[in-house]
Ligand binder design. Sequence first.
Ligand SMILES: Cc1cc2nc3c(=O)[nH]c(=O)nc-3n(C[C@H](O)[C@H](O)[C@H](O)COP(=O)(O)OP(=O)(O)OC[C@H]3O[C@@H](n4cnc5c(N)ncnc54)[C@H](O)[C@@H]3O)c2cc1C
Length: 419
Amino acid sequence: MIIIAGGGIAGLSMALTCHQLGLQCRVYESAEALRPLGVGINLQPNAVRELYELGLADTLAEIGIEAEEWALFTKDAQLVWSEPRGALAGYRWPQFSVHRGQLQMALYREVVKRLGPECIKTDARLVSYQNDGERIIACFARSSGQTFTSSGDLLVGADGIHSAVRAQMHPNEGAPQWRGTIMWRGTTQARAPRTNNSFILIGTLDHRFVCYPITKPDAGGLTTLNWIAEITPEKRLEPASSDWNREVAKEEFLPHFLDWQFPWIDVPNIISGAQTVYEYPLVDRDPAPNWVDGRALLIGDAAHAMYPVGSNGASQAIVDTRLLGAQLQRHGETQAAVQQFQDDVIEDLNALVLRNRGNGPISILGVVEERRQSPDQAIHDIISQQEVAAHMANYKQAAGFAKDALNAAPSILGEQTIL
Ligand SMILES: Cc1cc2nc3c(=O)[nH]c(=O)nc-3n(C[C@H](O)[C@H](O)[C@H](O)COP(=O)(O)OP(=O)(O)OC[C@H]3O[C@@H](n4cnc5c(N)ncnc54)[C@H](O)[C@@H]3O)c2cc1C
């Protein structure tokens, strides 16, 4: 039996993977009830492939929208780079933009349908674990203060950036790391700029605006446009709370974007159109030297929380569950399985955390800023398209979604398991 701590994207995908492999599992989620929290996320083709192999193609088509383009602009809206994405770029699997909460609820419904409602326990916060020979015992607390234990072969810590499993493994680590950048996130009913689904980033490394739609257009042509406004003030502010659901007034940050009005996108208007805005500090964690302690293992954000600059946090969480699934197929529910999973990926994923800390694919904007001598200098005189293309290809390779490699790769769990 596999104990899964956390019913987020990683935990629920892990439960579906266990079910696909015929392994028993139980998910323990700290929230009293699962609710569709968060705003937009992207699912890269490597993760979409895995969700398709879990039989969720129709679900994704229902809740998501296929990505068409990824484009970067300077703060005066000059195009630095644009590339097609997903199927349009020649991947065998699309890239999807979805509402995080919709994805989580869709995975939850599938878990309940396939594994039964008793497989997921809410109001169950993991507080500690204890390796006990061939077993592991996890201790949980309810919001009432009542505690209980569960014994299994393995404990998978899928409990996110504030992971209690990780805190026990690395007791001196402390809180996630914040370097002064604040993100404000919201959604607004608006026309999608450029294509039906372009990911657009305008600005500099310290002052930027990102948006992309997460629904298909309605009859009036409006989509739910997911956006993120981000600044790194010169004067560092007090550390903000890293709670995904802290609501703030738009007036707190709108002045930073007031003159970002261009013929094809009106940033202040998009920000003003949001009903609710959430503030979140841009945080990550230092790479951990190990994700395994006996029969306990970390996956997803618990293992490798990273800046969302490459839109690959949720994708990697899903892929983790499949790579772990492959080791469970090979070694059974054993310490060897979790150790092998860790050994295969920890070095590359820790390097990816640091790459994202260095702004990942968007670091190219820093290069442009640095080289730019005057506002009217043409972009192609600052940087060649070949240089940007090489930078982007390099990132996709590191993040596991380089097109040719992914298209040619065999199924992680094997064709015979595909649902
Ligand atoms: C409420 C919320 C909103 C988010 N919104 C966004 C967003 O808008 N955009 C974005 O890019 N990313 C968002 N994220 C993060 C994003 O989901 C992750 O980066 C990514 O999907 C990796 O998923 P994960 O399952 O590893 O972590 P998460 O999705 O964070 O899931 C972790 C789960 O574990 C649960 N949990 C935490 N501690 C314990 C414990 N001790 N015991 C049991 N369960 C526990 C949490 O309640 C959560 O359900 C959000 C995360 C959360 C929790």
